[in-house]
Design a protein around this ligand. Structure first.
Ligand SMILES: Nc1ncnc2c1ncn2[C@@H]1O[C@H](COP(=O)(O)OP(=O)(O)OP(=O)(O)O)[C@@H](O)[C@H]1O
Ligand SMILES: [Mg+2]
Length: 210
């Protein structure tokens, strides 16, 4: 770590104190019927933060399990941020597994789902499909939003490419997606489904070693 005297362990310790406070506040909130569902959102976000910190052991990475977790997180976001509702339609083989850490894959799916949810101006739909081929896996995530602006399409996975104007540090989501997919020797491509018909992302993963 640069520019700080804190060790990684000390930082994790202190972040856990932050999570502790949020958990206590969520417990208090959950006692009131009106705040129960917001309290559950806070608790799930804390759970995700802890998983990211590596404090909770990695659960085994089934594709459908990881996708469910990501759907839950993004649904929580849409409700909390008062975004139009997104319907998720999954068609996933029950036995499909992902290589490596489920934490990594949760980041991939959350970043992809969040992007689609953030550009939707009205209630929409995200389809998640997967096919196993020759031991490898092909995963598609498509939405019925406005589609990706064509001028940024060729450099979409580079850092700092964004149409967001609200935050100074944006344009990282898809760079993170590509970095994780490449870490597992896979590839990810983006395309539009046709003028104004939404975007589609395809992730290809090679056969896994056993
Ligand atoms: N599903 C999608 N439909 C339409 N446009 C998209 C979609 N996904 C990404 N984009 C476009 O690609 C840009 C880059 O996405 P990326 O996730 O890398 O950064 P960001 O969402 O702008 O910022 P950050 O993810 O860092 O908060 C977005 O600003 C948006 O214009
Ligand atoms: Mg993003």
């Amino acid at each position: 770590m640069e520019d700080t005297d804190l060790t990684h362990e000390e930082l994790i310790h202190d972040l856990n104190n932050v999570f502790e406070t949020i958990t206590e506040a969520a417990d208090l909130l959950s006692a009131d019927r009106r705040w129960k569902s917001l309290a559950a959102t806070l608790s799930r976000s804390v759970g995700r933060g802890k998983r990211l910190l590596g404090e909770i052991p990695d659960s085994s990475s089934t594709l459908s399990g990881v996708v469910e977790g990501a759907i839950q997180s993004v649904t929580d976001y849409c409700i909390a941020a008062r975004k139009p509702r997104v319907r998720f339609v999954r068609q996933l083989p029950a036995d499909a597994r992902l290589p490596g850490s489920s934490k990594d894959w949760e980041r991939v799916f959350i970043n992809l789902f969040l992007n689609a949810a953030q550009v939707m101006k009205k209630p929409g739909r995200i389809d998640i499909g997967a096919q196993q081929m020759d031991g490898g896996l092909s995963i598609t995530i498509s939405d019925n939003g406005p589609g990706i602006p064509t001028d940024i399409l060729p450099r979409l996975f580079r850092p700092n490419v964004s149409t967001k104007t609200s935050r100074s540090r944006s344009g990282l989501g898809l760079h993170i997606v590509a970095s994780i997919v490449e870490k597992y020797s896979g590839n990810v491509v983006a395309a539009n489904r046709g003028q104004g018909k939404g975007a589609v992302f395809t992730i290809g993963l090679p056969p896994q070693e056993r």
